[in-house]
Design a protein around this ligand. Structure first.
Ligand code: PMP
Length: 360
């Protein structure tokens, strides 16, 4: 069996030990004679899985007791609607920071539900940096402030979390959750689609401060109300059971690998190797301002679309796959999520040097 280095932005690489364990357990989970996919979501065995998944996530991140962890469906895109549907409940106003394609989608969706103000944007600079957000920009009456902590397509990340004072901060962390240490108390609500650092697509994780639950307008559909999922322990209806099981295996793997502190150290090392290689290259450049660079998604370009295409094709032949940049920005993008081993990044930079040597 040949595994490749998969640099996809998501769904993306998963830890091999996790896949192998799932494979071992696939047809007969814990002597039940069934796979996890066939277990009732109300069974004892599945209750153990979901309880342990939540316990491990709380332990890994250090989630305070006054926050609920919800396992829901609908992807991060559904959170673009659920956040305003649930949280626009006092002034009906919210402040958003526009840092890329996903922020724009979140803004567009929220505009259907209330009075949305974009307080900072880097759109004029093609989203190549994170704009400054200081507390004086925030409407004290806003029901929340929304940011995208890591911009998967543009390759930027917030390195300082804005201080929003009493106004709850909501963060889309789809592409950087679990990649570094996190102080949850800075946020009112965090959400993330699973298909990058958590597990397979189909599961979405929401971490929400308890006082933000239960104030949703009456006409909100039950499935889109955080209270429904909070009151039922994410078991109001059938949850994505296999995704939750896979997430639990990923959390176990993360814990064994040293937790978030160690993950952050490794992720910084991996990103540094690639950024250093881009910096010293005469062929490749990074479009992103140095102070705003993501350690998860690293876009880079060569000197022409033809050379980019040749690079992507030749890289694939070497087992370095899914390096094409998002269709909206072109060029290349290497996503270095937790499960990408340092050897994958080393192979990539070695290939970049070979390619440059050949094409210069
Ligand atoms: N936000 C960010 C930052 C993302 O990277 C993505 C997906 N790549 C989304 C939202 C949308 O996620 P989903 O496909 O789970 O709806």
């Amino acid at each position: 069996m040949e595994r490749i280095y998969n640099f996809s932005a998501g769904p993306s690489i998963l830890p091999l030990p996790v896949l192998e364990r799932a494979q071992r357990e696939l047809v007969n989970y814990a002597d039940s004679g069934m796979s996890v996919m066939e277990l009732s979501h109300r069974s004892e065995l599945f209750t153990e899985i979901i309880t342990e998944a939540e316990r491990l996530l709380r332990e890994l991140i250090g989630i305070p007791k006054n926050y609920k962890v919800l396992f829901v469906q609908g992807g991060a895109s559904q959170q673009f609607a659920m956040v305003p549907m649930n949280l626009l409940n006092k002034s009906g106003k919210a402040d958003y920071v526009n840092t890329g394609s996903w922020s724009k989608k979140a803004i567009k969706e929220a505009e259907k539900y209330g009075d949305i103000r974009v307080i900072a944007s880097s759109e004029n600079a093609k989203f190549t940096h994170i704009p400054t957000v200081d507390s004086s920009m925030i409407d004290r009456e806003a029901d929340y402030v929304h940011i995208t902590t890591n911009n998967t397509i543009e390759g930027t990340a917030f390195h300082d979390i804005p201080d929003t004072g009493e106004v709850p901060l909501v963060a889309d962390m789809s592409s950087n959750i679990l990649s570094e240490e996190l102080d949850v108390s800075q946020f009112g609500l965090i959400y993330a689609g699973a298909q990058k650092n958590i597990g397979p697509a189909g599961l979405t994780v929401v971490i929400i401060r308890e006082d933000l639950i239960g104030k949703t307008p009456e006409n909100c559909p039950a499935m889109l109300n955080y209270e429904t999922h909070s009151d039922s322990g994410s078991l109001y209806n059938t949850p994505p059971t296999f995704g939750i099981y896979m997430a639990k295996l990923v959390f176990e793997w993360l814990k064994q690998a040293g937790g978030l502190k160690e993950m952050e150290r490794m992720n910084r090392d991996k990103a540094q190797i690639l950024y250093d290689s881009i910096e010293k290259s005469d062929l490749f450049t990074s479009p992103v301002d140095k102070g705003s660079r993501s350690i998860m998604n690293i876009p880079f370009v060569s000197t022409s679309a033809e050379a980019d295409a040749a690079f992507i094709k030749e890289a694939k032949a070497k087992g370095l796959e899914t390096l094409k940049g998002h269709r909206s920005v072109g060029g290349m993008r290497a996503s270095l999520y937790n499960a990408m081993p340092i050897e994958g990044v080393e192979s990539l930079v070695t290939f970049m040097e070979e390619f440059e040597h050949k094409y210069k």
